[in-house]
Design a protein around this ligand. Structure first.
Ligand code: GLP
Length: 241
């Protein structure tokens, strides 16, 4: 595991974007595993800049997002589909037909989970999986627990996760109670993982996840089993490392 802590946000963003751009330059049909939340946004901004300067093209790449809320229509402002369109896809030359976000509004959620898992397997393996981390160690929406589900599945969100994500909604009660997420097994199939964390409030969970015991009670700790993980931390998140 390569753990890098940056003094300046710009250097973190440029490094993350540089890793993804280098992949796209050597493999135009790269399969990108993408994430939402505030952590990857600076990297997306940097990628958009690189694209606008003609340094990188996404035209032949495909993408799979980790997760989506259950019950929000695709065009809901807080859906992860809307987030991806606004933060990245609308600003680059990505073929929208090759961007995938689980459909959390499907009538048959079990069938949608199986379908999404199959799609990832058919197009995969994911070349690089971008990840954030929740304060309780969740990755995607894989919440801590006595066991973890390997493939794409529906989860009940923990209260702490709903609280943390309430900042994006008009009212805390608007945060959906469930989400659909790729499982930890699906995530670990990626060839390379790029974990990003920012802020002092992530310092404790970063230390626990990266140096503590490997346990389902901290889903991100399973990343210790992956042979190719790069961790990008700002000064706050890297404070205890
Ligand atoms: C959500 C997402 C995760 C993300 C986490 C942390 O729960 N499902 O994929 O990693 O939030 O978000 P942030 O980066 O905003 O702290």
């Amino acid at each position: 595991m390569n753990i890098w802590t940056f003094e300046h946000e710009h250097d973190l963003n440029a490094t993350g974007a540089g890793i993804i751009a280098a992949l796209l330059q050597s493999k135009r049909k790269a399969v990108l595993g993408l994430a939402t939340g505030s952590s990857p946004v600076g990297i997306y901004k940097e990628l958009i800049q690189m694209y606008s300067k003609g340094l990188v093209s996404f035209a032949q790449a495909s993408s799979f997002n980790l997760d989506e809320y259950v019950g929000l229509p695709e065009d809901h402002p807080q859906s992860y589909r809307s987030f991806m369109n606004e933060q990245l896809f609308n600003h680059i030359d990505m073929n929208m037909n090759l961007t995938h976000v689980p459909n959390g509004n499907a009538t048959d959620l079990t069938a949608e989970c199986a379908h999404y898992e199959q799609l990832v397997n058919d197009h995969g393996p994911v070349d690089i999986q971008l990840l954030g981390i929740g304060h309780n160690g969740h990755i995607g929406f894989n919440e801590p627990g006595a066991s973890l589900t390997s493939g794409t599945h529906v989860v009940d969100l923990k209260d702490e996760t709903r609280k943390a994500n309430a900042r994006f909604f008009d009212s805390p009660s608007d945060v959906p109670k469930q989400a659909m997420t790729m499982g930890v097994g699906s995530i670990l199939k990626a060839k390379q993982i790029l974990l990003v964390a920012r802020g002092e409030d992530k310092a404790e969970i970063i230390r626990t996840a990266l140096t503590g015991p490997i346990t389902t009670e901290c889903p991100a700790s399973l990343l210790q089993c992956h042979p190719n993980v790069i961790v990008l931390l700002d000064r706050g998140a890297g404070r205890l490392m």
